[in-house]
Design a protein around this ligand. Structure first.
Ligand SMILES: CC(C)(COP(=O)(O)OP(=O)(O)OC[C@H]1O[C@@H](n2cnc3c(N)ncnc32)[C@H](O)[C@@H]1OP(=O)(O)O)[C@@H](O)C(=O)NCCC(=O)NCCS
Length: 167
């Protein structure tokens, strides 16, 4: 795994840029964090798209794993000119509510700003209170809604809120 520090540390978790060749690390975290994860080839393909990048949070001895260099969460994002989009963010269930998601999102926003973004967009399912709380607490506000945007594994259709934040 190749990790490229971008000098971001939020709360107690160090968040590092991860190279496209390390797609397996993100795919593995994806599989832990989501019921319907993207398969490895999709993560690999996504990370090869210009402007798209990933970051992982390291345990740094705080999340309770044996290895301080253990990745404990990921974020995927892209920047096109001055607009960034958070594509995905995930933390394994047993490590949630410990500030990892917040640290990753803050580090992702910082990087987006560093490479020229002035605003950030994302979509979140209306059935996802944890993600909505995370985004609201960091200053995102709802600017739109996409009806029946997600199809869950049980077939249920769920609206997506479109959220935005100036950075
Ligand atoms: C969304 C997710 C990344 C949050 O990660 P996390 O590490 O648990 O988040 P944090 O501990 O940093 O919490 C961030 C804030 O959200 C709040 N929050 C987190 N989970 C919450 C929950 N289940 N209910 C209410 N609030 C919650 C926290 O209280 C915290 O508030 P604060 O900043 O005022 O302290 C995580 O729940 C996850 O991986 N979910 C599955 C994947 C997913 O749905 N990703 C988003 C797709 S849009």
């Amino acid at each position: 795994m190749t990790l490229q520090p971008v000098g971001s540390s939020q709360k107690q978790y160090q968040c590092l840029r991860i190279g496209a060749e390390s797609f397996r690390v993100i795919a593995a975290l994806y599989a832990l964090a989501f019921d319907d994860p993207w398969p490895e080839p999709s993560v690999r393909e996504l990370l090869s798209v210009p402007g798209t990048w990933g970051m992982v949070a390291l345990d740094s001895g705080n999340a309770g794993s044996d290895d301080p260099n253990q990745p404990v969460g990921f974020i995927l994002a892209r920047v096109i000119v001055d607009e960034a989009e958070i594509l995905s963010i995930g933390v394994p269930p047993q490590l949630r509510k410990a500030g990892i998601g917040h640290a990753l999102l803050a580090a992702g926003l910082q990087r987006a700003q560093e490479i020229g973004a002035t605003q950030v967009f994302l979509e979140v399912g209306k059935d996802n209170p944890a993600a909505m709380a995370l985004y609201s607490h960091i200053g995102f506000r709802q600017v739109g809604m996409r009806k029946n945007y997600y199809r869950r594994s049980d077939g249920a259709l769920v609206d997506a809120l479109v959220m935005q934040k100036n950075i």
